[in-house]
Design a protein around this ligand. Sequence first.
Ligand SMILES: NC(=O)c1ccc[n+]([C@@H]2O[C@H](COP(=O)([O-])OP(=O)(O)OC[C@H]3O[C@@H](n4cnc5c(N)ncnc54)[C@H](OP(=O)(O)O)[C@@H]3O)[C@@H](O)[C@H]2O)c1
Length: 251
Amino acid sequence: MNRLEGKVALITGGNSGIGLATAKEFHAQGAMVAITGRDKEALERVRAELGERTLAISADVTRISDIEHAITTTQATFGKLDVLFANAGIARMEPIEQVTEESFDRSMDVNVKGVFFTIQKALPFLNEGASIILNGSVNGHVGYPGVSVYSATKAAIHSLARTLSSELSDRKIRVNAITIGPITTPFFDKLGASSQEIQGFTQQLEQRLLLKRFGNPEEIAKVALFLATMDSSFVVGTELVADGGLLVNTI
Ligand SMILES: NC(=O)c1ccc[n+]([C@@H]2O[C@H](COP(=O)([O-])OP(=O)(O)OC[C@H]3O[C@@H](n4cnc5c(N)ncnc54)[C@H](OP(=O)(O)O)[C@@H]3O)[C@@H](O)[C@H]2O)c1
């Protein structure tokens, strides 16, 4: 069934991991899909794989001019914007003593400023009844050590889902976040920790998960699809938890 037939979706960070799986799902459901990211080769690979109804735009979410370019290009190509998945994000594994001003600013710039201004710049083009989906995390709720900055950025995302849904309700734009648990993507290779540290950390996490396994990006894409369609028409300003049972086994 083509549940997004005729719809236009913009996915930041759509060239890898969760964003890529969501781009494939939305495209398979009939949507016109624009993806962004910085890695031009990865963007081109996805564009070639998905084929028609796909736009790949090189854009860094920390640059307002790039965000504006991505949004206006999507609008110019597909004529409208129905779904925005503000997904691009990064994490560094650093105890507080090791966090530098540069790494703090980088995480805040990508994960908070990037999301905020992606939404702000998309607003003039979003249809009444559009869906904005934010990429949140279990880290926004729990206190795992070594990821204080990342966790703070995701707590900010959950807050944005609540406040912006109020601000945008007169336009019938729904804003929701997905509270995501551990998902197998290149994300963990980019934490800046040694492979040994990452292995230890991921094994510990696996034990905390009720399902005793990491999720697949496709399992998050299905949640994003629900939030993108009118199947979720009464879901607004909230968080949908897709975490393999991590939170209930932690809090
Ligand atoms: N994997 C997990 O366990 C997990 C759990 C909870 C939440 N999340 C969240 O899920 C989101 C996607 O992560 P992932 O797991 O799919 O990891 P990923 O495969 O590393 O994807 C990250 C995406 O963000 C893009 N990105 C990073 N910095 C960017 C920038 N400055 N401008 C534009 N795009 C940028 C990357 O593209 P380029 O490198 O080409 O720029 C890439 O497409 C993140 O927000 C992450 O916090 C992940």
